[in-house]
Design a protein around this ligand. Structure first.
Ligand code: GLU
Length: 261
């Protein structure tokens, strides 16, 4: 039997903080305990927020913490063709429709229910569009994303996300399609990530079912909180691993504090 495969998959849109260190160290520990492999993947499909400098900083910070990972590292922005191929398979299955709504239009006709990101569920305006009209708009260069038509899927993810966008306008991909494509391409058997990712898991399981991909085991770990009880995040300016390093904190001290001496 081949060994289990774990991965840590950060997005290079800021410096890593202790929450990332916890997730990376936990994946590494679980991989070692299981006699498995530990992969690092760079999730940079959002090219408006990702930079090569942040990618380099991820390598620096994780190496400083004493982590080792397999090379080459999979960089998502090098694999848009693979995500496109899976989108085309879904399109051929009839479970997608193009969505031409601007954010404003989508918000104006949204449902009352909210998704886990705090957005109201899509009202479905573009679902009703004829294939001919959609095709002619696309041929005319209209900007569009692609949504899963949950009516065709009969799946628990429908109630949580509605017709979730799985290829964003101008990007041609999304976190959901990229992560599912890559976990399968890399043979990931165990997805260990924060509880904040738990709501996305039903979408990932649905995509795996539709695409005939294996479903890894999922484990959602606790989130680290700051003194005020808020989860650590890049956007709220949580102290970075690099800043701790500059203050003279050692990797051993961080590993001890996080429970990985
Ligand atoms: N790239 C995601 C993040 O920034 C994590 C994705 C995952 O572990 O599935 O946090």
């Amino acid at each position: 039997m081949s060994p289990p495969v774990f991965r840590f998959a950060p997005s290079p849109n800021g410096r890593l903080h202790l929450g990332h260190a916890y997730s990376a160290l936990l994946n590494d520990r679980m991989a070692k305990d299981a006699g498995g492999r530990f992969l690092l993947r760079i999730e940079d499909t959002d090219q408006t927020r990702s930079t090569p400098q942040f990618t380099e900083a991820i390598f620096t910070d994780l190496a400083w913490l004493g982590l080792e990972w397999e090379r080459p590292v999979r960089i998502q922005s090098e694999h848009f063709a693979a995500y496109q191929a899976n989108l085309e398979r879904l399109w051929a299955m009839g479970v997608l429709y193009p969505c031409f709504c601007s954010r404003k239009q989508a918000a104006a006709a949204a449902q009352d229910a909210m998704d886990p990101d705090g957005q109201r569920l899509y009202g479905g305006a573009c679902r009703a569009m004829s294939k001919a009209e959609a095709a002619s708009r696309i041929a005319a260069g209209a900007i569009h994303g692609w949504r899963l038509d949950m009516k065709t899927c009969d799946d628990p993810a429908a109630a949580i996300w509605g017709d979730v966008m799985i290829a964003k306008p101008r990007v041609g991909s999304s976190y959901h399609i990229a992560v599912v494509t890559d976990d399968a391409a890399q043979g990931v058997t165990h997805v260990v990530r924060g509880l904040d990712m738990e709501p996305a898991t039903p979408v990932h399981k649905l995509l795996q079912r539709l695409l005939g991909l294996p479903t890894p085991q999922y484990h959602h770990h606790r989130l680290l909180l700051d003194e005020e009880g808020r989860k650590l995040s890049k956007s709220s300016g949580s102290i970075s691993i690099a800043a701790l390093r500059d203050e003279g904190v050692t990797p051993d001290a961080i590993r001890r504090e996080l429970g990985f001496p």
